[in-house]
Structure formats: structure tokens, C-alpha cells
Design a protein around this ligand. Structure first.
Ligand code: 3HC
Length: 330
């Protein structure tokens, strides 16, 4: 679908317009809630920002398969195993849509993957923490995917067409992921005392990491102003974090778990929950590569890349062999 977007010209030829007019047209499209498509003129900073964000997002999806993938062989029933397999496979698919969307900006996928494997590229901090028990699988669905959806729903309205369209499908699948996690935890909470304690322990370990997932406070977010002007970012890091907390506290009550924050309480004046301080030092250490599982995650991706070499070569040889075949373009 993305190659079609690259091939077809939907707008009249504007290449002869002066820079000012091109910029005016670009910002008018954003103001009118239109979409910028790959063949449209765009400022270089817009292109760079999108490549940065979409590639980080794609890497997060692919690395995000690892913490849960760890539990596929140990799922407690066939039903749970099938659900988890489908979910992890979805995340791989999300990575592929996003790498494709990124390629429409003229960047080579091999370069993006090389940046991930050499540790140059960022991916979400959250995937650098270990999954110690089966309850972690439920908590990742409920809280990690819940936070991801909160951040990603506004991206369905992002100004760049291929990214916005990819996000619509991704959000539908993420919503299933979130619900399966909550349902898994509900089941455990109706189980033995040990199972309930396992859920509480997992919530205690993941809560603060999920709040940090939304990114640094607005006051320290270097890209928010520009990304908002470009119609890429619709809601700021702090606003999304607050929306997530407000939506999650009642869900925790229904589940019967407590959230590990003594300062968490409803503030009627703000009509929001107040909450305690996030450990930003820990967040930045993890982002910079010093989280508990950074090295393990990268090593696993590097190994997968090496072990998949024969398959990439075979696929390439097959496509070259059939390039001139009459069915090749179907
Ligand atoms: N983990 C790692 N790095 C992070 C981060 C996080 N949780 N939050 C912010 N950062 C990085 C930014 O990438 C940026 O680094 P850079 O300058 O090297 O690119 C720096 O911290 C400053 O942050 P800003 O707030 O200025 O950056 P943005 O304006 O780009 O906002 C963002 C950060 C909210 C993550 C935004 O990029 C975004 O919405 N990205 C798309 C969504 C995404 O990537 N989500 C990741 C999770 S996907 C997922 O969870 C998979 C699902 O299956 C569960």
C-alpha cells in the first residue's frame, strides 16, 4: 500500500513553486486537518522528525516482542498460549507497518535496523525490564499496552498519511492486547492468595515504569513544541500521563489491586488524580542503555538478525529468479 502512495501523484505539480509558497501550502494542509503524503513537498525537519519517531516506534514494537515472548513456552494453558502467540505476532506486524511507513520518507530499512542493532537508535524504555512471573504478562497487557494506546490514539490523527493510517490498525490490535491483559489479571485475582500476591507484585514493579513511558515532563521535552506545530504530536507527554492515571485508578479498584504511590489521590479542584514523583534518573539511565535488560534485548535482536541471514538471502534469490516471470507484478 505504501509503494502505491509513492508512485501515484495526487496533487498537481508544485515543484516550480517558490519555497515560501510550498511552506504555506504545507502548513495550510496541516491547519485544515489534511494529510501530508510521501510525494508532497515537506520541510526537511518534518521528514527528519518523522523518521526519528516512526523508526523508534518500529524498534519498540519489535523489541517489545521479547519480554512476553519469553513466556510463550510457559503459558499456563493452551488458550493463554494461543492468545499470547497472537499478541506477540501482532507486535511484529506493527513493527513491519511502521518500518514501511518510515521507508516512504526515503530512508532505507537496512539502515534503520543497523541503527537498532548497533545500539544507536532508541526504543521504548519500558522493554528493558524483566518479566519475572506470569502476572507480568497480564500487567504488560493492562498497563504497558494501556499506556501505549493512550499515546497512540492521537497519532491516528497525525498529519503524515502513512503513519496515521498505520496507527489506526495498530490501535485496534493494541486495544485487544490491553483487554486480554486485564482479563488475565481478573482471572488471577479470583484465584489463590499466591496468585493475587503475584499480581500485586507485578503491578508494584511496572507502575512507575509505565508512567515514565510517556516521556520526559513537558518542561524537559525537547521535541514537543516542533512536533505539535507539525501536527505530529497532538497531546503532550504530561497530559497523556495524567489521562492514563485518571483512567487506570478506577480499573485498579475493580481489579482489587493497589497502585504503589502513597501520594495518589483525587484532587477535586483539578478534577484529576495527584501523584508522586517519577524517578527520571532511572528513566534516563535506561534510555541511555543502562537498564536491567538493555544488553540482553540487543543481544537477542542481533542473534535473530544473524540467524535470519540465510532466509533473507533465499528470499532475495527467489525474487530475483522470478523477477521476469509474468506473475511477478501481480
Ligand atoms: N523510551 C525511550 N526514549 C524516550 C521515551 C521512552 N519512553 N520517551 C521519550 N524518549 C526520548 C525521545 O525519543 C527523545 O529522544 P531523541 O531526541 O533521541 O529522539 C527524548 O527522549 C526527548 O523526548 P521528547 O518528549 O522530546 O520526544 P518526543 O516529542 O518524540 O516524545 C514520545 C516521545 C511520546 C515517545 C513520542 O516520540 C511518541 O509518541 N512516539 C510514538 C509512540 C512510541 O514510540 N511508543 C513507544 C512504545 S510502543 C509500544 O509500547 C509497543 C506496544 O506494543 C506496547
Amino acid at each position: 500500500m505504501y509503494t502505491q502512495a509513492l508512485d501515484l501523484s495526487t496533487s498537481p505539480d508544485v515543484s516550480s513553486l517558490p519555497l515560501g509558497a510550498l511552506e504555506q501550502k504545507f502548513y495550510a494542509t496541516i491547519e485544515n486537518e489534511g494529510k501530508i503524503e510521501p510525494q508532497d513537498w515537506m520541510p526537511e525537519d518534518y521528514r527528519k522528525t518523522l523518521i526519528r519517531q516512526i523508526s523508534q516506534h518500529a524498534h519498540s514494537e519489535v523489541v517489545g516482542m521479547l519480554p512476553e515472548g519469553n513466556w510463550i513456552s510457559r503459558a499456563p494453558s493452551l488458550r493463554r498460549k494461543v492468545i499470547l502467540l497472537a499478541k506477540v505476532q501482532d507486535e511484529g506486524g506493527h513493527g513491519l507497518y511502521l518500518y514501511s511507513a518510515c521507508e516512504t520518507l526515503g530512508v532505507n530499512r537496512d539502515k534503520l535496523i543497523d541503527d537498532l542493532l548497533t545500539g544507536k537508535a532508541k526504543y521504548s524504555s519500558i522493554f528493558n525490564y524483566p518479566t519475572l512471573t506470569w502476572a507480568d504478562v497480564g500487567v504488560i497487557g493492562w498497563l504497558v499496552d494501556g499506556a501505549a494506546i493512550m499515546n497512540q490514539i492521537p497519532l491516528c490523527r497525525c498529519s503524515y498519511g502513512p503513519y496515521a493510517r498505520a496507527m489506526i490498525r495498530i490501535c485496534k490490535e493494541e486495544s485487544f492486547h490491553q483487554r486480554q491483559g486485564y482479563e488475565l489479571l481478573m482471572t488471577m485475582m479470583q484465584g489463590t492468595q499466591e496468585q493475587q500476591a503475584m499480581v500485586q507484585d507485578a503491578v508494584n514493579r511496572w507502575w512507575w515504569k509505565c508512567l515514565a513511558m510517556f516521556g520526559p515532563p513537558d518542561s524537559a521535552s525537547q521535541h514537543t513544541e516542533q512536533s505539535s506545530r507539525f501536527g505530529i504530536k497532538r497531546i503532550s507527554n504530561d497530559e497523556l500521563r495524567q489521562q492514563f492515571i485518571d483512567a487506570t485508578v478506577p480499573q485498579a479498584d475493580i481489579l482489587g489491586v493497589s497502585l504503589p504511590d502513597p501520594k495518589l489521590r483525587w484532587n477535586p479542584e483539578r478534577a484529576h488524580y495527584d501523584f508522586g514523583a517519577i524517578d527520571w534518573e532511572e528513566f534516563w539511565n535506561t534510555v541511555k542503555g543502562d537498564g536491567p535488560c538493555n544488553q540482553e534485548r540487543l543481544a537477542t535482536r542481533q542473534q535473530a538478525w544473524e540467524e535470519g541471514k540465510w532466509f533473507r538471502e533465499a528470499a532475495l534469490a527467489y525474487s530475483q529468479k522470478h523477477a521476469g516471470h509474468p506473475t511477478a507484478s501481480l
